[in-house]
Design a protein around this ligand. Structure first.
Ligand SMILES: CC(C)(COP(=O)(O)OP(=O)(O)OC[C@H]1O[C@@H](n2cnc3c(N)ncnc32)[C@H](O)[C@@H]1OP(=O)(O)O)[C@@H](O)C(=O)NCCC(=O)NCCS
Length: 245
């Protein structure tokens, strides 16, 4: 019988390396045997969400994160020790994670989830549902630096929504790697609308920003404190497939 492809079968990041797994929500739901009971406090937090679809997608993101982290730490997924920093950023606790210098981050939108793990530096990931151009026009006016806004306006109209999605995912991935979240000013993360991998200096952290069409039309970006881009895998009906960036 078809069973959920064990993330333990994915490559284990060595020092300085990172790994990102991406899955469409519909894809995850189609796999028999995916999921397990989350720790009580985590489940309680999720069960307070009003919408059933929000609860389902967060549960899936955390189950996927715990499967990946359990494989890295050699423990049961539900036993992976997670705490929250003051800014809400989830972080690993315990000697195992400290020894591996392991960081992680996750993201969810209505269509997809992403989990990133990194050794030796911070990682931030983002996935976002596509939005129409008029919505991006408002977001870009408020959230893009004036020079970036001008470069974005110069993108041909038919490509502008996808470009804004890529820039927005990049900004969030950077702010999630540093832990600022949206308490940081997205305008101060300056990104050209090309989607090409680039280095971003944010305070003392030098982050490599990478994005790709692995989940298109859903947007995805990853910022990692490393010189090397992450290995990216996407869940397909046949198991994990490597995705180029
Ligand atoms: C973190 C934040 C950028 C997430 O953005 P989002 O697009 O809504 O959601 P994403 O799916 O990308 O990420 C959500 C996950 O990021 C993680 N996260 C939360 N705070 C984080 C932070 N400061 N840094 C990195 N990751 C964070 C969590 O795991 C969260 O999922 P969970 O709540 O299920 O545990 C944003 O919600 C935030 O900054 N929140 C803090 C409150 C705040 O400043 N609000 C102002 C809104 S204008």
């Amino acid at each position: 019988m078809k069973t959920f492809p064990d993330p333990a079968g994915l490559p284990h990041p060595g020092p300085g390396d990172s790994l990102v797994v991406l899955a469409r929500v519909a894809e995850l739901a189609a796999w028999p045997g995916f999921g397990f009971a989350l720790p009580e406090a985590e489940e309680a937090r999720i069960s307070r969400l009003l919408k059933a679809e929000d609860r389902a997608v967060r549960r899936a993101a955390w189950q996927l994160a715990r499967l990946l982290l359990g494989a890295a730490l050699g423990c049961a997924p539900a036993a992976v020790p997670v705490t929250r920093a003051l800014n809400g950023r989830p972080q690993l606790d315990g000697a195992g994670a400290a020894q591996l210098d392991l960081d992680f981050n996750l993201a969810h939108c209505s269509g997809a989830v992403a989990v990133g793990v990194a050794r030796g530096g911070r990682i931030g990931v983002d996935v976002e549902d596509p939005r129409p151009l008029d919505v991006w026009t408002d977001i870009a006016r408020d959230m893009f630096d004036p020079a970036d806004h001008a470069s974005w306006r110069a993108v041909p109209k038919e490509a502008r929504a996808a470009a804004a999605l890529a820039v927005w995912c990049g900004k969030e991935a950077v702010l999630k790697a540093t832990g600022e979240g949206l308490a940081g000013d997205p305008r101060t993360v300056k990104l050209a609308p090309s989607g090409a991998p680039s280095a971003v200096q944010r305070g003392e952290r030098r982050l490599l920003l990478a994005a790709g069409p692995a989940l298109a039309p859903t947007g995805f970006a990853c910022a990692v404190e490393s010189d090397r881009p992450p290995a990216v895998f996407v869940l397909t009906p046949d198991g994990w497939r490597t995705a180029g960036l």
